[in-house]
Every structure is written in structure tokens, then in C-alpha cells.
Design a protein around this ligand. Structure first.
Ligand code: SF4
Length: 219
């Protein structure tokens, strides 16, 4: 379902920057695929922000907004570190775009997953995530000049800011955790893994109608 949803999101009339559109389509598809929770919760966005995102990038898919509550608290953090990671990303926004604010929320929320961050963002590979970081959070990406695993890097930055030492060694070259910090972030793309998508609960809101030449609308 997720690859199909991704394709349909990308098939609509082209709106916004193509790479950003790809990033948001991946995140939406995987969030709907992997949780029965509302899309706002899967993405860490308020209803207002999600509506703005859908309006800008996927106006052909208003069904993405169906059934959402409007309590104003949909982006409440789910973990103590989530607001800190959002703030870290926002501090390094490249251009101060609204997209970067949305992505800070999405990346922080999806970082709570148990897989490689690029997988939990529904991306096609780690290169997509590195591209996201260089494009939208350049200053932070440049701090990761040794190409540490992204989630490890984020949490190490946060710990350093708090004066918490998590490193086992003052030098990566002789550290026994080097493989954990710098090892390859290989693995399947969840968005492209048909077997995985078949075993997961699909929570696409009822009312989404795909049977209209690729146009998604409220049924
Ligand atoms: S390899 Fe060791 S020293 Fe280097 S960042 Fe990881 S934990 Fe810290």
C-alpha cells in the first residue's frame, strides 16, 4: 500500500520543489503504512501544519486530512528528547522555510522509530536523508563531517549540549563503538518492500478514493 500511495501522491499535478515533494510523500506514505494513529501523530505535525503541507504539495489528496481532530495539540512530543531534536534542527534551518519547520517536526518524530532514520522516514536510501540534511539543515549537516549515522549524530549533539559524555573514548579511531557510530546504514526501503507492506496494518483513512485516474479525493 505504501508504494502505491507514494506513487499516487507523486502523480498529482506537480506542486512545490520536486525533492521536497518526494520527501513529504515518502513520510506520509510510511506514516500511514506503519501506524493506526492519525497522520498528525505519525508525522509530529499539528492539523494546521499538515493542512498547509497537503495544500502546498498534495492538493489532489485532501483525503489525507479526513478524520483529523483539531485540538491544537496533535504535535505534542511523544518523548522527552523530541522537542530538543526539533529545536536543534530548527536552529540550523538553511533558509528559514516553512518546509524546514515541517521537516524538523517530521524528522524528530520519525527519529523515535527503531530502524535507521532513513527507513522510518520512508526514504529510498540513506542518500535521501543526507540530501535532506544538506538542503534544509546545512550547518548541522556540516557538523557531521565524518558521516556518522544520523540518529547517533543527533543524539550525540544533544548530549554534548547538556554536558553529557556518551563516548567511550576521546578518539573515534580507537573507540570500540566505532562500528555502531559509523557503520553502514544499509537495509531495505520500507516504502519499496512489498512483503513488509503486506504484513503491516494499513491505516489509510477511510474515505480516501484512489479510483479516479490517480486523483485522491474524499469519497
Ligand atoms: S566512535 Fe566512540 S568516540 Fe566516536 S562518536 Fe562514537 S562513541 Fe564517541
Amino acid at each position: 500500500m505504501a508504494p502505491d500511495l507514494y506513487s499516487r501522491l507523486m502523480a498529482g499535478s506537480v506542486c512545490g520543489d520536486p525533492f521536497d515533494r518526494h520527501l513529504f510523500a515518502c513520510a506520509i506514505a510510511i506514516a500511514l503504512e506503519t501506524t493506526a494513529e492519525p497522520l498528525t501523530r505519525g508525522l509530529g505535525l499539528s492539523s494546521e501544519d499538515l493542512a498547509a503541507l497537503v495544500g502546498r504539495y498534495f492538493p489532489h489528496a485532501p483525503g489525507l486530512l479526513s478524520g483529523l481532530s483539531r485540538t491544537g495539540r496533535e504535535d505534542e512530543p511523544l518523548a522527552p528528547e523530541e522537542p530538543d531534536l526539533r529545536a536543534l534542527l530548527l536552529e540550523f534551518r538553511t533558509r528559514g522555510l516553512l518546509e524546514e519547520e515541517w521537516l524538523a517536526h517530521v524528522v524528530a518524530r520519525r527519529s523515535l522509530g527503531s530502524n535507521h532514520l532513513w527507513q522510518d522516514l520512508g526514504l529510498t536510501g540513506r542518500a535521501d536523508l543526507s540530501g535532506l540534511m544538506r538542503r534544509h539543515f546545512l550547518g548541522l549537516a556540516e557538523l557531521n563531517h565524518r558521516d556518522m549515522k544520523w540518529k547517533k549524530f543527533f543524539y550525540r549533539e544533544l548530549c554534548q549540549r547538556e554536558g553529557v559524555v556518551i563516548c567511550k573514548s576521546p578518539n573515534c579511531e580507537v573507540c570500540t563503538d566505532a562500528a555502531l557510530c559509523f557503520g553502514a546504514e544499509d537495509g531495505p526501503s520500507f516504502l519499496a518492500d512489498a512483503n513488509l507492506s503486506q504484513t503491516r496494518h494499513c491505516s489509510v483513512p477511510s474515505g480516501l478514493d484512489f479510483a479516479n485516474n490517480g486523483v485522491i479525493s474524499i469519497g
